[in-house]
Design a protein around this ligand. Structure first.
Ligand SMILES: Nc1nonc1C(=O)N[C@@H]1CC[C@H](O)C1
Length: 245
């Protein structure tokens, strides 16, 4: 899977490309990342990429020409990739969206800065507009890394233990179960006995019950959307009874 990111701050991607799951995936060639700086596509001595907004108002707007040229260069290098612009005006992404994104051969991600980009660039040269949530950031670089991280995790072989991705929260439409590690007792708090008992079937059932119960407590709308099997409903009923006891 190939990612091309158009960004004024390529240096922000250093750690992302060198460390952790994403760094390993890129190093091992499971994914590739190419960065394109719009300033390299300017022709004036000041390498101008932004200008004042028509109609007045605060801040600056990114100009069409440098972005258009950077997108064209990225499209030439990655002809199978579609262009996505990260902005609060876009489709808010969830795990289902990340699965769709990871199924594509590649993406050209446009990371905006300032007040955003000239609308004519979006209308004429962007295929999709995505948001990582209803809040305003200083740039699209972190959203680009969020999207690439979530997608790369889904690539076969990207995670040490294949199950990790499947058991990630939201992968099965549920929140994740609680996790524990050594020591077994700390500040008087014990690890749930089932997790140290060695009965793998009981552990699996406990984890599913906890995931169902937490989703019911914290994000009930996710349960509505997902639906439950008879067995899952029984586990949840058991959790709810214990919760109210
Ligand atoms: N939320 C988001 N999801 O994707 N992108 C954003 C976001 O806040 N972008 C900033 C808005 C102006 C600045 O150009 C960059």
């Amino acid at each position: 899977m190939r990612f091309d990111v158009i960004t004024l701050f390529p240096e922000m991607f250093g750690t992302f490309a060198e460390q952790g799951v994403t760094g390993r995936a890129l190093t091992r060639g499971l994914a590739e990342l190419q960065l394109w700086n719009p300033r390299d596509f300017t022709h004036d001595v000041h390498r101008t990429v932004d200008d004042r907004p028509y109609g007045g108002g605060p801040g600056m707007v990114m100009k069409v020409e440098p972005l258009r040229a950077a997108i064209a260069a990225a499209r030439a290098a990655a002809p199978a990739s579609r262009v996505a612009y990260l902005s609060p005006q876009g489709r808010v992404l969830d795990q289902a969206a990340m699965i769709e994104i990871a199924a594509q051969p590649g993406w050209i991600l446009l990371a905006g800065r300032y007040e955003g980009v000239d609308e004519r660039l979006i209308e004429g040269h962007v295929d999709e507009e995505w948001s990582i949530g209803d809040y305003v950031l200083s740039g699209g670089e972190l959203p680009a890394m969020v999207v690439m991280d979530a997608a790369i995790r889904l690539l076969p072989g990207a995670l040490g233990h294949a199950d990790s991705a499947r058991q990630d929260s939201h992968m099965d439409g549920l929140l994740d179960c609680p996790h524990y590690t050594r020591p077994e007792r700390i500040d008087g708090e014990e690890v749930p006995a089932v997790l140290v008992g060695g009965d793998h079937r009981a552990i699996e059932r406990w984890r599913l019950r906890q995931a169902l119960g937490r989703t019911w407590l914290r994000r009930p709308e996710m349960l509505e959307r997902r639906g439950l099997s008879a067995d899952e409903q029984a586990l949840l009923d058991d959790f709810v009874r214990a919760h109210h006891a």
